[in-house]
Ligand binder design. Structure first.
Ligand SMILES: [Zn+2]
Ligand SMILES: [Zn+2]
Length: 402
């Protein structure tokens, strides 16, 4: 229990120095130098795939100087942020280690101030990710009966996911969803008089048969889902490529996340199939077809009932609903209410990161069982193993104490 933990932690730490807990065998000055080195390595490792994958996706632009300039600028700035975050967190803890509420939240919070160095696109995903991790902790820890019953029932949780999924997909139809989602489509075409396609289909796919569209979509989704599941199977194993290249396919087979693959395929496949089908056969409006198809496709969640997907759906749905409301004001030619104007001007993602990054890092170290395995992995790479080391020291001290 967090409360009991903080009491025993206080007693345990009373006669200890920061050297015992944070940097065994080193003085604060020596540890500081090491924090600099780990900060640089952590940033370089963490941000490399984030910037390298998009670069590989636009091989056509490799001849342009701008492509490389953007890559180096984005990567460099993000690494600089990682260095600030790591350095502030693990140097600042020498001053705050006795005070549990501020343990890492304050030093990491100060380091998070430099989050503005990260390019906006990456910042958005990272800020939302950090926030989602914290929401997950709250759901896991909540003692409310309602949340507990949701946590335990697969049916209820899938139903809720379906509703969130519907809000996001409907947002795409209204051109209000802008975030990445597994079932996404862009409405680029205007309606025309061509009678070869159903009205709804015309908006989401080219003048090809629905069957051809489905084939095309499933192929693309499969590629994407495969790439994601493969990246997940081999994180931090780039060295394996040249050290043990033959181990790679074996690892890919054994660690490949088939459930995640099926989740992405079914969520997208069922929706696209039903949406086309209903557009052709039903007499209802495109909106209704979209809602019905996305509600049913939410059943794909059963393949991968993970918190990480659920919290992602939660924040994406809230954003979609917000943009839908915003759009309805605009389409009626009405001015936005003051609250919405203020929200639009507020750097929400920056503050989401600022307030939750420190909390997430602290939770990983003090309450490792309440944090998902992705948070463990992400923070391990980002801090170049420093977070894991600190967590081990805390556990060692706790065991010694008991
Ligand atoms: Zn120290
Ligand atoms: Zn169609």
């Amino acid at each position: 229990m967090p409360g009991t933990f903080s009491k025993s932690f206080k007693i345990l730490i009373a006669d200890k120095t920061c050297s015992d807990l944070v940097h065994p065998g080193l003085t604060c000055m020596e540890a500081m130098k090491l924090n600099l080195v780990d900060g640089i390595i952590g940033g370089l490792k963490f941000y490399l795939p984030i910037f390298l994958i998009p670069l590989f996706m636009k091989i056509k632009d490799w001849k342009k100087v701008k492509t490389w300039k953007d890559f180096l600028k984005g990567y460099g700035r993000s690494c600089l942020f990682a260095l600030c975050l790591n350095f502030c967190s693990f140097t600042g803890i020498c001053f705050t280690y006795k005070w549990l509420p501020l343990f890492l939240t304050l030093p990491a919070g100060i380091g998070s101030l430099f989050f503005c160095f990260v390019p906006p696109k990456v910042r958005k995903a990272e800020g939302q990710g950090m926030f989602n991790m914290y929401v997950e902790f709250l759901i896991r820890r909540s003692r409310s009966k309602l949340i507990a019953s949701i946590r335990q029932s697969k049916v209820v949780v899938t139903l809720l996911f379906s509703i969130l999924n519907t809000c996001i997909v409907y947002g795409y139809l209204r051109k209000a969803s802008i975030n990445f989602w597994f079932t996404s489509f862009r409405i680029t075409k205007q309606e025309n008089d061509d009678k070869t396609l159903a009205k709804g289909c015309k908006l989401i796919h080219d003048e090809i048969t629905c069957f051809d569209y489905l084939k095309q979509e499933l192929k693309q989704t499969a590629k994407f889902a495969f790439a994601l599941a493969a990246i997940k199977a081999i994180p931090g194993r780039i060295s394996m490529l040249y050290k043990q290249p033959l181990e790679m396919p074996k690892r890919l087979l054994t660690k490949f996340d088939y459930e995640m693959f099926m989740f992405i395929m079914s969520l997208n496949g069922i929706f696209k199939y039903l949406f086309c089908l209903l557009n052709r056969k039903s007499r209802f409006s495109i909106e209704t077809n979209c809602i019905v198809s996305s509600l049913i496709s939410g059943v794909g969640f059963l393949f991968y009932p993970q918190y990480i997907v659920f919290t992602m759906a939660m924040t994406n749905a809230v954003e979609s609903i917000y943009h839908c409301i915003e759009q309805s004001f605009k389409s009626r030619g009405k001015e936005l209410p003051l609250v919405m104007k203020l929200i639009n001007k507020f750097p929400l993602v920056y503050f989401m990161f600022l307030f939750t990054a420190g909390l997430d890092i602290q939770l990983r170290i003090l309450y490792p069982s309440l944090v998902n395995k992705y948070t463990h992995k992400i923070l391990s790479v980002l801090t170049n193993g420093k977070g894991d080391e600190l967590a081990k020291n805390v556990i060692k001290l706790m065991i010694g104490f008991e």
